[in-house]
Write a protein that binds this ligand. Structure first.
Ligand SMILES: Cc1cc2nc3c(=O)[nH]c(=O)nc-3n(C[C@H](O)[C@H](O)[C@H](O)COP(=O)(O)OP(=O)(O)OC[C@H]3O[C@@H](n4cnc5c(N)ncnc54)[C@H](O)[C@@H]3O)c2cc1C
Length: 566
């Protein structure tokens, strides 16, 4: 099959190591089943439209990280004697332009699972017609889809996490990472126009070339001084972060104890933006973590174990990556139901339509300091901790009762839709369709799993005991001591004067809710949204609940070790 051309269509797999399509291409070339390669990335205008509320579908934090990732991939391909064509337009058009008379084309791409992406696949197939084929390969999960003990349509997948985790841990192995291609492994198509190869966007503003008319323009954002970490896109930076978190600092050894933090660079791994864009694979992290445990870090682990009894921490990072898998497979099972009003349970629920209240939540002006701090952090930096995400989602859906969706099932005007998940999609640097919408539908209590209705005040006390996180992002309350800081609407006039803040003027009063003595939203002591299990005492509070930090699940018994990986 000499003369066979391969198009390596990169999407959310912007890396060379442990990349199924890269590996497949290198093998086909080696076996002389293909002769040339065109690595391709497309900035697809459909990803840059305005959301129903006028937000950019791909916000500036995400766009900037993505651009850096694409440019890093290009450089890494050049380092092995190949290159990357960067196309400013739809993949269908780019791929059609790569077809040559009398030459068969195979387009290799990573398999996606949600409707928008599947529709693009269809478009590419149609553009190829009889001149070639689209071959989709699985990637980007910890456990390979083909290794799961469920049917491939995931109809047997449990709807809650724990049985999923137990089954995959008992029956599957994490595959070893595929090697990165060697120099010369991906020979470029000889007729590739050098001008086409040299064309590349160099700053976020250049991406405006694909922003459709009427959609918000993108603009570079300077790094916020309070940002926990300067996220830099690309495989190179991802591997650096992995090295930092494991080998340089040993932070992974204390992850179990620090993972519910909100302030600082290292309380959690911060791997999510790189995982979301596929700059690193979960399997690479897994095998590096195992090496960390068994080899050079034996000393650190021993020290840790002496202090803490056992090392749960390294396992716990892998545990979190299993959650990431769960939402991906959950999406295969339930399809677009994760976007729908009644979620996957189909349970009817009355949602509140209040644009002003939604804006207060979005902009960090609810009057609930923990919620506001988190929402401000995300807007300014693109990142929010998992603890924060759980709380703000619970507050929006279960306390304010505001609609969390992006789309109505049918026919509704876009402007009828209020959207928490959609704002996250726009604002997050680590936006990942399955992790985001899956977590949101779980937070809204619409998966059939346990509903985690957080008590925001208790969560503030438990996870921001001294108020340092809140003060970082809500300077209006800088002088208010904890615990008054967590319920500033209760401050007397004298205390407000003493602490230099006037509630209702400098900092808002919260909307009427179960937290405030002046209101009855949610019935005071009652609960909205499916029984409110965990309500009142904060379902992830210190003590037993700390072992689980996710929605839709029973409390976890902590694993005592990492033995199954050793
Ligand atoms: C409402 C809501 C929306 C979310 N949206 C996203 C999103 O768009 N993209 C995204 O990557 N994560 C999302 N998450 C999951 C989680 O909050 C982030 O992955 C995590 O906070 C990222 O920080 P980290 O990399 O330091 O995580 P760590 O605590 O270090 O965890 C390691 C990795 O495990 C995975 N992980 C951890 N928790 C979860 C989880 N609950 N669900 C799925 N994967 C998880 C992530 O890949 C993460 O990088 C969302 C959670 C909630 C509650």
């Amino acid at each position: 099959m000499s003369g066979h051309r391969l198009v390596l269509w990169f999407r959310n797999d912007l890396r060379l190591t442990d990349n199924a399509i890269v590996h497949q291409a290198a093998q086909l070339i080696q076996k002389k089943q293909a002769s040339e390669v065109v690595p391709l990335y497309c900035f697809d205008p459909r990803q840059y439209i305005a959301t129903p509320w006028g937000n950019p579908k791909t916000g500036a934090h995400h766009a900037s990280f993505l651009l850096q990732s694409v440019l890093d991939l290009k450089q890494r391909l050049r380092d092995i004697g190949s290159d990357l064509v960067i196309h400013m337009g739809k993949p269908e058009e780019a791929i059609q332009g790569l077809c040559r008379e009398g030459q068969q084309l195979t387009v290799l791409a990573q398999m996606e699972v949600t409707k928008e992406e599947l529709d693009v696949d269809e478009g590419v197939r149609a553009a190829l017609g009889s001149r070639g084929r689209l071959q989709l390969l699985w990637g980007n999960t910890l456990y390979h889809k083909d290794d799961l003990p469920f049917r491939s349509d995931m109809s047997e997948l449990p709807d809650v996490f724990t049985p999923f985790k137990q089954k995959v841990e008992a029956r599957c192995e994490v595959r070893a990472p595929l090697p990165a291609p060697k120099e010369g492994a991906l020979p470029l198509a000889a007729d590739l126009d050098p001008a086409r190869l040299s064309r590349k966007p160099s700053c976020v503003e250049d991406l405006n070339a694909v922003v459709p008319e009427g959609a918000p323009r993108l603009a570079s954002l300077p790094r916020h001084p309070n940002a926990a970490i300067a996220f830099e896109g690309g495989e190179t930076a991802a591997l650096r972060r992995l090295k930092h978190y494991l080998w340089d600092t040993g932070c992974i050894s204390t992850y179990f104890d620090t993972r519910n933090g909100m302030l600082g660079a290292d309380y959690s791994t911060k791997f999510s933006p790189w995982l979301a864009r596929g700059c690193i694979s979960p399997s690479t992290i897994f095998h590096e973590a195992r090496a960390f445990l068994t080899l050079a870090a034996a000393e650190i682990v021993k020290r840790y174990e002496e202090q803490h009894g056992s090392n749960k921490s390294t396992y716990w990072v892998i545990f979190e990556l299993t959650w990431r898998d769960f939402f991906r497979y959950f999406t295969i099972k339930h399809g677009s139901a994760i976007f729908y009003k009644h979620g996957v349970t189909g349970q009817p629920r009355q949602w509140v339509n209040d644009l002003e209240l939604f804006r207060r939540w979005r902009d960090g002006r609810t009057g609930m300091p923990l919620v506001d701090a988190n929402m401000r952090e995300m807007k300014a930096t693109g990142f929010m901790s998992n603890r924060g995400r759980q709380n703000v989602a619970s507050y929006l859906t279960l306390d304010l009762g505001l609609d969390w969706r992006k789309r109505e099932e049918t026919g509704a005007k876009a402007t009828d839709v209020l959207q928490g998940a959609d704002w996250f999609e726009s604002a997050l640097v680590d936006y990942d369709v399955c992790s985001n919408w899956g977590n949101w539908v779980a937070a809204a209590g619409l998966t059939g799993g346990r509903i985690n209705h957080f008590n925001i005040t208790k969560q503030s006390k438990d996870y921001d005991e001294k108020g340092d996180y809140i003060r970082t992002w809500v300077p209006e309350l800088a002088k208010v001591p904890a615990p008054s800081l967590f319920e500033p609407w209760r401050l007397s006039r004298e205390d407000q004067a003493k602490f230099g803040v006037q509630i209702g003027v400098d900092y808002p009063e919260p909307p009427k809710s179960r937290y405030t003595s002046n209101g009855s939203f949610g019935g005071g002591s009652g609960s909205r949204g499916g029984g409110g299990r965990g309500r009142g005492n904060g379902s992830f509070g210190r003590g037993g609940g700390r072992n689980s930090r996710h929605g839709g699940d029973k409390k976890q018994k902590p694993r005592s070790d990492f033995e199954r990986y050793g």
